[in-house]
Write a protein that binds this ligand. Sequence first.
Ligand SMILES: NC(=O)c1ccc[n+]([C@@H]2O[C@H](COP(=O)([O-])OP(=O)(O)OC[C@H]3O[C@@H](n4cnc5c(N)ncnc54)[C@H](OP(=O)(O)O)[C@@H]3O)[C@@H](O)[C@H]2O)c1
Length: 271
Amino acid sequence: MIVVTGATGKVGHELVRLLSEAGEQVTGVSRQPAPLPEGVRHSPADLAEPAGLKAAFDGADALFLLVAGEDPQAILDMAKVGGIRRVVLLSSQGAGTRPQAYRHAAAFEDAVRGSGLDWTILRPGGFTSNAFAWAEQIRADRTAAAPFGDVGLPTIDPADIAEVAAVILREAGHAGRTYELTGPGLVTPRERAAMIGEALGAAVRFVEQTREEARAQMLQFMPEPIAEGTLAILGEPTAAEQRVSPDVQRILGRAPRTFADWAARNIAAFR
Ligand SMILES: NC(=O)c1ccc[n+]([C@@H]2O[C@H](COP(=O)([O-])OP(=O)(O)OC[C@H]3O[C@@H](n4cnc5c(N)ncnc54)[C@H](OP(=O)(O)O)[C@@H]3O)[C@@H](O)[C@H]2O)c1
């Protein structure tokens, strides 16, 4: 049995579907209930309260773990008590490139590496799905606002992250590896807005925000170090942050999905 934490999220929901379709027994964990594919057990629990994970972990073999809660060690101890032998951590590119800003993810990585379990770490860059933040404004007046309009990053489709995770959770040969997950090429915010416009069949106007405007918006839903780290990646990415990784291609045997593909599949949110 495979436990998927964050089972109702953009990565987790797709992962649960893939594993279930492949015939795996799956338990999905999230704090709030939400519809999961038929046959998937939902176990409500909070990663911030590891003692409450017992029911989810009992009798499981493998765990897909999110960075959430403050005590990764306690989560992994509960996993071992439940019989789990393999863990795949959904970390973040920033844990490698900016460990100070991303110390939460870096702490989870350290705990996973020292756990004694078969571990694999996934370090995705920014998700294509972050463009959902534009949905309301694009629906209202066909406008998308973001800082650093001409800085390209190789954003990754969460569906590709889920597909990679499904392979690693089911297949031997990935223990002790850290994979960098990116899309197939650099795409700027201005280009992303234009691609949504193409999928819509209507022009989307791009408005460049100042760093301060973007920072104020980010602080509404992320802690300050993460907001600062994210702004640094968006505005002054390092060579490592702009590098297109070969890992999705190596694991899936195909190129990662493009931003245009993501926009076409999710265009209903922008209509
Ligand atoms: N977006 C990016 O650009 C980016 C880049 C690199 C890494 N990441 C990482 O990827 C992760 C997953 O992204 P996503 O887009 O799939 O997230 P998402 O769509 O926001 O979903 C998060 C999922 O995790 C669950 N969850 C959140 N806190 C939890 C907790 N304390 N205990 C148990 N479940 C919890 C949520 O359900 P409930 O709220 O009901 O609990 C939901 O199922 C992020 O958390 C982030 O660490 C994101």
